[in-house]
Write a protein that binds this ligand. Structure first.
Ligand code: 3PG
Length: 306
């Protein structure tokens, strides 16, 4: 089978080597499309692909329509909001993710972001320490739990909210469970966002919620920009000069935010939460194994479009 590794943001060389090793060893052919300029390149490259490995690359209905042989798409990572699931499902294409494989990298970045903002973006003014502060973890999944473990080791108090977990499950992960998102924001010096981008969560973090945060609080977003109501965020930063926002995905209004709020806001130039050699290897190799397994035995364990 022909497997297209389409990564606009390429994996580390070691990960690519590992992916190629697994797939060629299983009798498949690997073709690479890296650092491509636009969607048209992806549309052209999928023409004869049987399988696709992607990162945040956009697998739209147009891409799927241009790939008549496509049988499986594996998102090497957690969030699969970049794949048109309905279009894939309509064609009988299996879509998988590789849950947990890049979580540690994202969790480490979330911690780094808290410290970076506590120290005024490493500007030599008097900052603050995160020890003794409370972090509210919004969604206690693979990344949220790891953020909790690391934050606890740094002396922070943990709160967590997760509508899919029982309070005891949150408590067993070392955090105090809270029952409403308002309580989470009201009680947290830092809120670390780990919710997926879904119709119910898109733009769900807005003015009212952000305004509930205590004095000097920081909102840390290593999830998706779409979960933030950007106008609401802007108004909250305007009305509350003590609040800060840091994100791994630049909001659409970032230039304006930066201009107005300076060191109180920061966005990475390109999403970098999962951009470590270790995460690339973990997620990339898992994706390759999942494709090899699917073609060898029909294994659909990590399918997300059943
Ligand atoms: C994920 O959902 O796994 C992360 O957002 C990582 O995305 P990336 O592979 O584009 O870095």
């Amino acid at each position: 089978m022909k497997v297209l590794l389409a990564t606009q943001k390429p994996f580390a060389a070691k990960a690519v080597e590992g992916i190629e090793g697994i797939l060629t060893g299983a009798g498949h052919e690997v073709v690479r499309l890296e650092k491509y300029a636009g969607q048209a390149d992806l549309v052209a490259a999928v023409a004869d692909a049987d399988a696709l490995i992607i990162r945040s690359d956009k697998v739209t209905a147009e891409v799927i329509a241009a790939a008549p042989s496509l049988k499986i798409v594996v998102r090497a990572g957690a969030g699969y909001d970049n794949v048109d699931l309905a279009a894939a499902t309509a064609r009988g294409i299996v879509v998988m993710n590789t849950p947990g494989q890049n979580s540690n990298a994202v969790a480490e970045l979330a911690i780094a972001m808290m410290i970076f903002m506590a120290r005024n973006q490493f500007n030599p003014t008097t900052g603050a320490e995160i020890q003794g502060k409370t972090v509210g973890i919004q969604a206690f999944g693979n990344v949220g739990r790891l953020v909790g473990r690391k934050a606890k080791a740094l002396g922070m108090d943990l709160l967590a909210l997760d509508p899919f977990l029982m309070p005891e499950q949150i408590a067993s992960g070392g955090a105090e469970p809270v029952t409403t998102v308002e309580e989470l924001y009201r009680r947290s010096d830092y809120v670390s966002v780990h919710i997926p981008a879904l119709p119910a969560t898109i733009r769900s973090i807005g003015y009212d919620l952000i305004m509930k945060m205590p004095k000097g609080a920081t909102l840390v977003n290593t999830a998706r920009k779409e979960v933030i109501d950007e106008d609401g965020l802007m108004r909250a930063l305007e009305d509350r000069p003590d609040l800060k926002y840091i994100t791994d995905v630049a909001p659409d209004n970032y230039l304006l935010l930066k201009e107005r709020f300076g060191l109180r806001v920061f966005a990475t130039p390109k999403k970098m939460g999962a951009q470590t050699a270790e995460a690339n290897i973990n997620a990339g190799l898992a994706a390759a194994r999942q494709i090899a397994g699917y073609f060898a035995t029909g294994d659909t364990r990590f399918q997300v479009n059943r």
